[in-house]
Design a protein around this ligand. Structure first.
Ligand code: FAD
Length: 322
């Protein structure tokens, strides 16, 4: 597949920050998936993202594969990892241990999440567990404090989740904003949104958040939805109502190529609208696949900073636009 065009040579003026670019990956479940993931990682690396995030199973079941992937990203690539971490499935002591381990390995970004409750979760939370993402943020800051000499000037960047459509367990969108504000007060540096299907939902979230005093960057999370099955599954997983228009268009797609074109176009439309509304970056949920993500990037033509590259990993000449 042809790699995307990134406008690098025309550096942004000192008054405007470049658009941040990041990708979400998940730890591979088997060897074949790992091989395919590493192909994706190498393709994504050529686009020089600001960071790549690595998901964490809320049951804690993929802890080892998540940590292994984070370590390999740190040692074998030029990419900066953002480690997802969830309250669900771990006690505070276990989480403190994982956070220490991640920091010792060189991770400097954590996405602090509560995690999705397993369907068979007991009514009573496990003793010593944390209830909310806010508690996890405070725990990360405590661990960071204990390691401040080791971290030198390198503060840990903490991201959190934000919801353009109401969180499924939340009583109201106003409550969602109160929670986001509380996460900021506890030490969150930035937020990444859950998937959304209507650009107005992102704009409304940012407007409501700003009015309430939330000042951290709120980065839209967009996912190239290139198959009907994936949109439906995503709706079930996240509780976000899929767009009827997209469902209809994907339902009428002639073949896989047509589905991909439809999904990419819809994602580009959402991302452009979010950027027009002032979004400071784009976070692409990749499903560990690079083709559609790179299509989206190619069409978006983001203004990105030129960066020094390791000689062996320089961005191919054809990616650099004058
Ligand atoms: P919280 O902010 O703690 O909110 C959870 C619920 O509790 C909400 O309904 C909120 O309104 C309510 N609440 C929060 N604080 C309070 C309070 N003080 N008092 C009363 N109510 C409160 N899940 C995973 O398992 N692994 C992942 O890797 C993962 N990555 C994600 C990445 C992104 C960018 C996003 C947007 C979501 C991700 N998720 C992941 C899903 C996420 O874990 C779920 O959406 C989860 O249901 C809520 O997580 P949270 O961090 O928003 O929780």
């Amino acid at each position: 597949m042809s790699p995307p065009s990134l406008i690098q040579a025309s550096a942004p003026s000192s008054h405007s920050a470049p658009i941040a670019l990041s990708y979400e990956l998940f730890p591979p479940r088997n060897e074949a998936a790992a091989l395919s993931l590493w192909n994706t990682i190498r393709e994504l690396e050529t686009t020089n993202p600001d960071y790549v995030s690595v998901t964490y199973g809320a049951s804690g079941s993929n802890r080892d594969t998540a940590v292994e992937l984070l370590n390999r990203l740190l040692t074998e690539t030029s990419l900066l990892p953002l480690a997802h971490l969830t309250c669900v499935g771990n006690t505070a002591d276990e989480l403190a241990e994982i956070i220490s381990e991640l920091l010792d390995h060189g991770v400097r970004g954590i996405l602090a999440l509560r995690g999705d409750m397993p369907k068979d979760a007991p009514a009573e939370p496990r003793a010593g567990s944390l209830a909310y993402a806010q508690d996890l943020i405070e725990l990360v800051r405590r661990v960071e404090q204990r390691r401040s000499a080791l971290l030198c000037a390198g503060k840990v960047a903490i991201g959190v989740a934000a919801y353009p459509a109401q969180h499924p367990e939340s009583p109201s969108i106003e409550h969602d904003i109160e929670v986001l504000l509380a996460k900021q007060r506890s030490g969150a540096d930035f937020a990444i949104t859950q998937v959304f299907f209507h650009a107005d939902q992102y704009k409304d979230l940012v407007n409501r958040a700003r009015r309430a005093g939330v000042s951290i960057p709120i980065i839209p999370g967009v996912m190239p939805l290139t198959s009907l099955r994936r949109v439906q599954r995503l709706g079930d997983l996240t509780g976000v109502e899929p767009s009827a228009k997209l469902l209809d268009a994907l339902g009428r797609a002639e073949d896989a190529a047509d589905s991909r074109r439809i999904g990419v176009e819809a994602t580009v439309g959402l991302a452009r609208a979010a950027l027009d509304a002032g979004a400071p970056g784009i976070h692409l949920y990749t499903f560990n696949e690079h083709a559609a993500a790179l299509d989206v990037l190619d069409k978006l033509q983001l203004l990105r900073p030129g960066r020094p590259q390791l000689a062996s990993r320089a961005v191919p000449e054809r990616l650099v636009r004058a």
